[in-house]
Write a protein of this length. Structure first.
Length: 470
């Protein structure tokens, strides 16, 4: 796009700060407008805090499972200091935000605090963004050749279950609790619900997970979901299947979750994990002509352009794939494209994703539904984690490595890993999917023995044995 020098980024989350860094390094004048703090909700209230909480639960799990490897304590009890845990979570989030802000400033990016929106009056062949302070007054007005919208999303709530921050909670309320819930009812068995149910169960809480489907994680590999259910219930968690919540009410010192079929679930606290909605209201999109769909998501193409060529959007506000890694890549692609750099469009089938349950689930490429339906021809192999030497040494029993390849060429097209730190183990599979490597390429790479990643190489070796790959 010729003549682009001034760029305004509205929203400072992963899509926003990653795009700002790219644009600044390419010589543009960049302004980031963010009303919560650099890093946005991802860093301050959502992804970073939740994964920090789960890291704490990892420690509790390691302590509790230590007898598997011959380590015991006299009491056998684990005490969780919630005040210390929440303090650490908030401090870490603030420090991460400060680090990102410092990086932006060091690259010459201007960071403005406030709510950015398109001004009612727009100049010809450019855009004008008003920055509003908390009291609603306009503190700054910035003009830009290109605008990138990266305003993320907010937790979806039910009209009959409005969070009060005390007993009825959204995931953003968790880190202000003064004490651990006696019995946490998690409503929603998607990724967010499964992560929190698993994490708090591993902390030793009594947790009930309410699922509207017949299993948790209905959009994920069913074999992986089965492992998560098994571990969750083995820790004492309760799974209520085929149950859709219709309302949550406070009763005394607890809550009652009413289900559509007439059943009820009682607990001390209820956590709503029923998805998110795009944070696109109040942006003045109509002043710039930017279109949204019926759900409020901003439509974009594969290089992140909206319905207005000089306005881009990235991250959760687009509804493309609600992952911080995807948001960052969308933002980078947008700036490369806007500033005339060569760029490859976003390829969602090469995106690796992780669900931070116990154990973790990591996936990349084509999955179970596409392959089992026959829509994508593939060979597959599944290796139980319990057969891996390193897993045996560490006392890990639950999980597996699943690998998919093309029937005749052996090109790796997908994989699922269910294991501790599967988020780290999936990288070689993601690399293979991204670059069209074959199972022979994986199998002939000398790795470490013993290692959990050795199961990836072993799965590749077993796929090589098929006659079609000789």
């Amino acid at each position: 796009m010729r003549g682009v020098r001034r760029i305004v980024v509205v929203g400072g989350g992963p899509a926003g700060y990653e795009s700002a860094l790219v644009a600044a390094q390419l010589g543009a004048e960049v302004t980031v407008v963010e009303d919560q703090g650099v890093g946005g909700a991802c860093v301050l209230t959502d992804c970073v805090p939740s994964k920090t909480l789960i890291a704490t639960s990892d420690r509790v799990t390691a302590f509790r499972d230590a007898p598997r490897v011959g380590v015991r304590t006299s009491s056998g009890a684990v005490d969780v200091d919630l005040s210390a845990v929440n303090g650490r979570i908030k401090d870490l989030a603030r420090h991460q935000s400060d680090d990102i802000r410092a990086r932006l400033v060091s690259e010459g990016v201007t960071v403005l605090t406030g709510h950015g929106r398109f001004a009612a009056s727009q100049p010809p062949r450019a855009h004008r963004i008003d920055v509003r302070a908390q009291d609603g007054t306009v503190s700054h007005t910035v003009e830009a050749d290109v605008v990138l919208l990266s305003t993320g999303g907010v937790p979806r709530v039910l009209d009959t279950a409005v969070p009060d921050g005390e007993r009825i909670l959204s995931w953003r309320d968790l880190y202000d609790l003064p004490e651990l819930p006696e019995h946490l009812v998690v409503i929603g068995s998607g990724v967010t619900g499964a992560e929190f149910a698993s994490g708090y169960s591993e902390l030793g809480l009594d947790v009930t997970l309410v699922s509207s489907r017949d299993r948790v994680l209905p959009g994920e590999d069913p074999d992986a979901a089965e492992v998560i259910e098994k571990v969750f219930t083995s820790r004492g968690g309760t799974l209520v299947r085929r149950a859709r919540a219709s309302a949550v009410k406070r009763v005394g010192d607890g809550v009652v979750v009413q289900l559509q079929d007439g059943r009820t679930v009682e607990g001390s606290h209820a956590l709503l994990c029923v998805g998110s909605v795009p944070n696109t209201a109040g942006l003045g999109l109509e002043h710039a002509g930017v279109r949204t769909d019926a759900a409020g998501y901003i439509g974009v193409d594969r290089v992140s352009r909206t319905s207005v060529p000089s306005v881009y959007a990235a991250g959760d506000c687009t509804g493309v794939l609600l992952l911080a890694s995807v948001a960052g890549m969308q933002g980078r692609i947008a700036m490369w494209h806007a500033l005339g750099e060569a760029v490859a469009p976003l390829r969602l089938k090469t995106v690796a994703a992780t669900i931070f349950t116990h154990p973790e689930i990591a996936t990349v490429g084509f999955g179970h539904d596409a392959i089992r339906s026959g829509a994508v021809p593939a060979r597959e192999v599944v290796l139980p984690l319990g057969t891996n030497a390193r897993a045996k040494m560490q006392g890990h029993r639950d999980g597996f490595v699943k690998l998919y390849c093309r029937p005749t060429t052996g090109i790796v097209i997908g994989g699922v890993i269910v294991a501790p730190e599967a988020s780290e183990l999936v990288f070689p599979v993601a690399l293979a999917v991204q670059h069209g490597l074959t199972v022979k390429d994986l199998a002939s790479t000398i790795g470490v023995y013993p290692s959990l990643s050795g199961s990836v190489a072993e799965a590749a070796r077993r796929l090589m044995l098929h006659d079609d790959l000789d």
